[in-house]
Design a binder for this molecule. Structure first.
Ligand SMILES: Nc1nc2c(ncn2[C@@H]2O[C@H](COP(=O)(O)OP(=O)(O)OP(=O)(O)O)[C@@H](O)[C@H]2O)c(=O)[nH]1
Ligand SMILES: [Mg+2]
Length: 501
């Protein structure tokens, strides 16, 4: 089998835009593929997960499309999807105009350095496309704007041509040679095939027979086969969206956020990152110790910010002290989000992925230190630890207790605690209470929801959290106590209120 050399630079196009602004309908009209595949997406009429489709352009170029959800609760998923894209298709509905996630998605694109794209004024059969276009022109001066209707099928040819123009001249990641880096967005199993993972190859190439490392956990697997757009290839190249069939690893042992690399790659998980940060206009300056969520690739981690140049950070160098590991390289883009209220506040570029711990400002006496990892080097995870990680991942928002994990794995309480400690150090678990650990992803989602409750009601109680999340009292209480210890909320009698920033 010959490796087809793409005649065009492989590029990925990401949708962006507020909920219900017609992103998925437009991708469907352009590609013929409905990227809302989950039954829940179809019944609720909203996108929840990332969707993928190939799009053939008038020039013959094929773009990989990533369709993102617009719901404010799924911005984290949007950031993971946008982290691999080269150009955007921002959708603004003619009958609704510029809305909060129009702005927030633009902030994410800005933070990621994705400044090429086209704006579609969707649902042009409704409302006033010209009014919406006017709002867009103010927000993104100079961008090409095309009114379209997925329903009536109008404007699609113009939009394809505009996208083709935008793609011309983009260099993408094709020239990014060196070690392979694949940031995973999905892991699943196919009957008779086994573990399949997908993602965008940020650099290098990867193919059949390669032995690969899975970071941050340092697992090892072998590539049985590789595909690009459902076509088998001998080697996938930088910039392409890739699916790999892996052997020697179960699909639950890896997933979104993990990085696949070659053994020789100079990549390692880190808890400290020095970055050049730029906050969005209007974002509140960050003081030492401010807690943010840092997104890199398809992964995210809570962190404390230590401005390195001044007391407060608006633009400049900062050290990010991460509570879970990321796997960045120098020059990579980061996104910063605040949890309360949830919003994208800026972006940055990694200056040093493995700095020593330093700060220009003296340690304040009262600022609680970020929980320090026991050791910056993740300790090896054995079979039992991996099984626990898989169980916690599968349990999602209602994880079994540490005791139940011990029972399930047949380990003693001490052995279980030791495995959990290593999982915490590897960013695969977060301790949320005595006898309770969560996988970080569902925990981050729950945190956002509790903060939303606090903002709506002015406070959260065990009962309100239990009811809003449809969970039990036990989990509601553990969550609230966790947020208190993380200094996101503060307990006042029987209620919990957001801490003032
Ligand atoms: N009239 C009209 N309705 C449209 C058009 N495009 C989409 N819609 C409707 O708008 C609603 C939302 O469309 P989606 O494509 O799911 O919106 P989305 O931006 O993908 O939404 P999220 O992914 O949840 O953010 C659906 O009910 C569509 O049928 C259009 O061109 N004209
Ligand atoms: Mg959608």
């Amino acid at each position: 089998m010959a490796t087809p050399r793409p005649s065009f630079t492989p590029l990925t196009l990401g949708t962006a835009g507020h909920i219900d602004h017609g992103k998925t309908a437009l991708v469907n009209a352009l590609t013929g593929k409905n990227t809302d595949r989950l039954p829940e997406e179809r019944s609720r009429g909203i996108s929840i997960e990332l969707g993928y489709a190939p799009l053939t352009m008038p020039s013959g170029r094929q773009l990989s499309v990533v369709d993102v959800p617009g719901h404010e609760r799924f911005v984290r998923t949007m950031v993971a999807g946008a982290s691999g894209i080269d150009l955007y298709l921002l959708c603004v509905a003619a009958d609704d105009g510029v809305m909060p996630q129009t702005r927030e998605h633009l902030a994410v694109l800005h933070g990621l350095g994705v400044d090429t794209g086209v704006v579609a004024i969707t649902k042009a059969d409704l409302g006033e496309p010209e009014l919406a276009a006017e709002e867009v022109r103010e927000l993104v001066p100079g961008v090409e704007i095309v009114p379209v209707s997925a329903l009536a099928g109008t404007g699609l040819g113009e939009l394809r041509a505009a996208l083709d123009r935008a793609a011309t001249g983009l260099s993408g990641r094709a020239s990014a040679d060196g070690a392979a880096r694949l940031h995973l967005d999905r892991s699943f199993t196919l009957r008779g095939i086994g573990t399949v993972v997908t993602g965008t190859l940020w650099s290098g190439s990867i193919g059949q027979g390669d032995t690969v490392r899975v970071l941050p956990r340092e697992l090892v697997a072998r590539v049985r086969s590789a595909q690009v757009h459902d076509q088998p290839v001998e080697r996938a190249e930088a910039g392409q969206r890739v699916a790999l069939n892996l052997v020697g690893i179960g699909w639950r042992e890896l997933g979104r956020g993990d990085v696949i690399s070659t053994p020789a790659a100079d990549l390692a998980p880190t808890y400290l990152v020095d970055a050049a940060i730029t906050l969005e206009p209007g974002a509140r300056p960050l003081r030492r110790g401010a807690r943010v969520h840092v997104h890199h690739g398809t992964r995210e981690a809570p962190a404390r910010v230590v401005p390195l140049e001044d007391e407060e950070l608006v633009t400049g160098l900062a050290q990010l002290r991460l509570e879970a590991p990321l796997v960045p390289a120098a020059g990579d883009r980061l996104i910063l989000r605040q949890l309360a209220p949830p919003d994208t506040i800026g972006g940055g570029v990694v200056v040093d992925p493995h700095p020593r711990k330093h700060s220009r400002v003296e340690e304040p006496a009262v600022e609680p230190a970020a929980p320090e990892p026991a050791s910056p080097e993740p300790e090896p995870l054995d079979e039992a630890a991996l099984r626990m990680a898989a169980l916690l991942r599968a349990d999602g928002r209602t994880p079994r207790t540490d005791n139940e994990l011990a029972e399930e794995t047949g380990l003693s309480a001490r052995e279980t605690a030791e495995r959990l400690r290593r999982l915490v150090a590897a960013g695969q678990a977060v301790r949320v209470g005595r006898n309770l650990h969560f996988h970080p992803e569902p925990l981050a989602e729950l945190e956002e929801r509790v903060i939303a409750i606090c903002e709506r009601d002015g406070e959260a109680t065990i009962a309100s959290v239990r009811d809003a999340l449809g969970t039990s009292r036990k989990y509601a209480q553990a969550l609230l106590e966790h947020l208190d210890t993380q200094r996101v909320t503060r307990r006042v009698g029987d209620t919990h209120v957001l801490r003032k920033r």
